[in-house]
Design a protein around this ligand. Structure first.
Ligand code: NAD
Ligand code: UDP
Ligand code: UDP
Length: 340
């Protein structure tokens, strides 16, 4: 019961002209949550190229590292704060790129409850912050919101096929709630939101042993170990090079569409094809073996990027065979095995 009160739904408040105007001012103060991670640190590099940006990173270093940001250590336009976003955060900023969340299955399953807290309470806190200071906020959601998709390739209007109680649910359901929170703060409080659905991304600075397929295969090939293709090996993924991803995220933030918008590379490969490609490019002498898979592994994944093309003028430029050598250099340096 409404207790006799006449409840009518209010239209969402329009952002004030002043609030809108600040998105075009010089000296933008930009918060990047998860900025010490793989994608976040590349985003920071790009944002720092613009002299008018002040960049603040908050990160709890769960999967990220200060080392990814050492090039900005001490820079007058840069600040790094150790902070866990499941706790409230008080900073004054104009834009928030909200990336904080472990992305690799090994790490997000390691403490599933914590992953949920990061997605739900962490996103709530960043939205509360955006509301208080009038900032625009971008969420890096994921293709995992489509689950094991029954629509192929995946378009943004597909609602997904997700197991709510499985071992991946802390991540994919967590991101689904994060998206819901974004749209409810937008409708209810007029917050300016942007939602990106990121598809598998690879490149330098990925954790070497984080279990994701491109980093696994590359590290295995460099170490002369067999490439571990998880069964059946016919499952597909589409891999986007990190500089293309960062370009897409910035275009989304600076454009006019809320999203959700798929950002990914539509080139689709089976895991066996990926293994063959890595073997051929890095070390033709190694073996490819089949190993057990984990539960609920999606069988296929490929973004439909029509919206990104039309609304952001974005499409990826770097194909897998060009991206792998760029990543190889970084991996060889960190593993300590130079190319012969
Ligand atoms: P990553 O693990 O390298 O980076 C995540 C960063 O968030 C790390 O630096 C970590 O320490 C930090 N973090 C985690 N929990 C935190 C917390 N509670 N408080 C503060 N910091 C916290 O992962 P990534 O690949 O760079 O992914 C970045 C974002 O993109 C994530 O939101 C992820 O879900 C999304 N995404 C990535 C991919 C991909 O293929 N890499 C695909 C889809 C979506
Ligand atoms: N919050 C924050 N930083 C801020 C403002 C809010 O971390 O600058 C957190 C706040 O602690 C709360 C969440 O964001 O847990 C949601 O804030 P909101 O104001 O929307 O909700 P309320 O505080 O009324 O529950
Ligand atoms: N995979 C694989 N070998 C590995 C690691 C992963 O064959 O050493 C497969 C995995 O089964 C999945 C695909 O690669 O089908 C992508 O897995 P990843 O963990 O990189 O990303 P996600 O499942 O989140 O797309």
């Amino acid at each position: 019961s409404t207790g006799g009160k006449n409840i009518t739904s209010k239209p969402p408040p329009e952002p004030s002209p002043l609030r809108r105007a600040k998105f075009f001012k010089a000296n933008m103060r930009i918060l990047v949550t998860g900025g010490a991670g793989f994608i976040g640190s590349h985003l920071v590099d790009k944002l720092m190229e613009n002299d008018e940006n002040m960049v603040i990173v908050v990160d709890n270093y769960f999967t990220g590292s200060k080392d990814n940001l050492r090039q900005w250590n001490g820079h007058p336009r840069f600040e790094l704060i150790r902070h866990d976003i499941t706790k409230p955060l008080l900073v004054e900023v104009d834009m928030i790129y909200h990336l904080a969340c472990p992305a690799s299955p090994i790490f997000y399953k390691y403490n599933a409850v914590k992953t949920l807290k990061t997605n739900v309470i962490g996103t709530l806190n960043m939205l509360g912050l955006a509301k208080r200071v009038g900032a625009r906020i971008l969420l890096t959601s994921t293709s995992e919101v489509y689950g094991d998709p029954l629509v192929h390739p995946q378009t943004e209007d597909y609602w997904g096929n997700v197991n709510p109680i499985g071992v991946r649910s802390c991540y994919d359901e967590g991101k689904r709630v994060a998206e819901t929170l974004m749209f409810d703060y937008h409708r209810q409080h007029g917050i300016e939101i942007r939602v990106a659905r990121i598809f598998n991304t690879y490149g330098p600075r990925m954790n070497i042993d984080d279990g994701r397929v491109v980093s696994n295969f590359l590290a295995q090939a460099i170490r002369y170990e067999p490439l571990t293709v998880q069964l059946p090996g016919t499952q597909t993924r589409s891999f986007c090079y990190v500089s293309d991803m960062v370009d897409g995220l910035i275009r989304l933030m600076e454009g006019d569409s809320t999203g959700p918008i798929n950002i990914g590379n539509p080139g689709e490969f089976t895991m066996l094809e990926l293994a063959e490609t890595v073997k051929e490019m890095i070390n033709p002498a190694i073996e490819i073996i089949k190993v057990e898979n984990t539960p609920d592994d999606p069988r296929q994944r490929k973004p439909d990027i029509t919206k990104a093309k039309e609304l952001l003028g974005w499409e990826p430029r770097i194909k897998l065979s060009d991206g792998i050598p760029l990543m190889e250099e970084d991996f060889r340096k960190r593993i300590g095995i130079p190319r012969k």
